[in-house]
Design a protein around this ligand. Structure first.
Ligand code: SF4
Length: 340
């Protein structure tokens, strides 16, 4: 942080490729720039495929280990997604976060080349799905999960096809069907079930507030979900990013972990962190059209100054909260720093 040594590359690049979505989730953390203030994205709403292939070359050479193709926006709406997955998977670990609504055949066939695929389902019933996701697409999503499972099972991909992860963001409307969703995930043949409270306290979400969640009912379902675990089916119940009542809490004072991951967004710019996407004050610099231009600002004085200037109190849930605490522990433990 004093600039005496170069900053290494991020472990992961989080790449948002298309600023459009085919659902309307009321808890979407990208709704500010995807729906309400679309002008924030600017004229380039999707990254050109040819550019993403050059970007992958640069990132692999730089030393980035993981490429997470995610949203803001639904990546499977981008016509070049399958090509980018296959190309990037030959150079680094790749993951995709998708709502599983609209999958063309090339996408289904490319997804198993990922290290993991996160499937944002967030419901166990058609009615709840329509309420929380804003569209009646539940049957279509289940159909696609079966398609992906069958294709993955029928093809050997370097002996290690993608882990499929059924994601469940907990909201008041779905909080009593977590266990049902877990059992459904298991029956669909996915490898992981991942449940955590949604972050609805961000100031840029419409109607943002502390959600009323039935803590005891949720914890009981978490327990039952873990009883479903087998060698081939894993359950992750995430509560450490929140306080005991599942509300936002920060147990750190500095944003030291943000350089672990570099978000690159549809506007061709890099940003400080995945929770402050498309916010002008958190823009690091341009990565478009020349990916090498990242080296002009990554680890620069202005990058370090931005990290130091982060007012933690202005942040909502921090995706990297556990890493933030670990970074402080490493920084303060001079005895063990060189003697782990
Ligand atoms: S949410 Fe705030 S504290 Fe966490 S990485 Fe982002 S800027 Fe840093």
């Amino acid at each position: 942080m004093d600039g005496s040594e170069p900053l290494g590359p991020p472990v992961e690049v989080n790449l948002d490729i298309f600023a459009e979505c085919n659902l309307n989730c009321y808890f979407c953390i990208g709704q500010r720039y995807l729906v309400d203030h679309r002008e924030e994205v600017g004229p380039m709403r999707q990254l050109p495929t040819e550019y993403m292939l050059r970007l992958v070359d640069f990132l692999a050479d730089w030393g980035v280990r993981g490429l997470c193709i995610s949203g803001g926006g639904e990546p499977t709406l981008h016509k070049g997604l399958a090509k980018v997955i296959r190309y990037a998977a030959s150079k680094m670990d790749v993951s995709v976060v998708t709502n599983a609504v609209k999958w063309e055949e090339p996408v289904v066939e490319a997804l198993p080349y990922c290290r993991w695929v996160a499937l944002s389902v967030d419901a166990a019933t058609r009615g709840t799905y329509a309420v929380v996701k804003g569209r009646d697409k539940f049957p279509q999503v289940l159909h696609n999960l079966v398609r992906l499972h069958l294709w993955r099972a029928g093809h050997s991909i370097n002996n290690r096809a993608a882990d499929l992860c059924f994601k469940f963001l907990i909201l008041p409307e779905n909080q009593y069907e977590i266990y049902d969703a877990c059992k459904m995930a298991k029956s669909l043949g996915v490898q992981d079930f991942h449940a955590r409270p949604a972050d609805f306290e961000r100031p840029d979400i419409k109607g943002h507030r502390k959600l009323e969640l039935d803590r005891d009912a949720i914890l009981q379902q978490f327990e039952r979900c873990h009883e479903e675990e087998t060698e081939d089916f894993h359950v992750y119940t995430i509560s450490h990013k929140f306080n005991a009542d599942f509300h936002v809490e920060h147990q750190f004072q500095q944003c030291l972990a943000s350089p672990l991951v570099l978000p690159l967004l549809q506007d061709g710019n890099g940003y400080l962190c995945v929770d402050r996407k498309m916010e002008a004050d958190f823009r690091l610099g341009s990565a478009y059209p020349n990916p090498e231009s990242i080296l002009e600002w990554w680890g620069s004085d202005s990058h370090r100054d931005l990290i130091k200037s982060v007012d933690i109190g202005s942040c909502s849930r921090c995706t990297w909260s556990a890493y933030q605490s670990q970074a402080v522990a490493i920084r303060n433990d001079s005895m063990s720093l060189s003697f782990p």
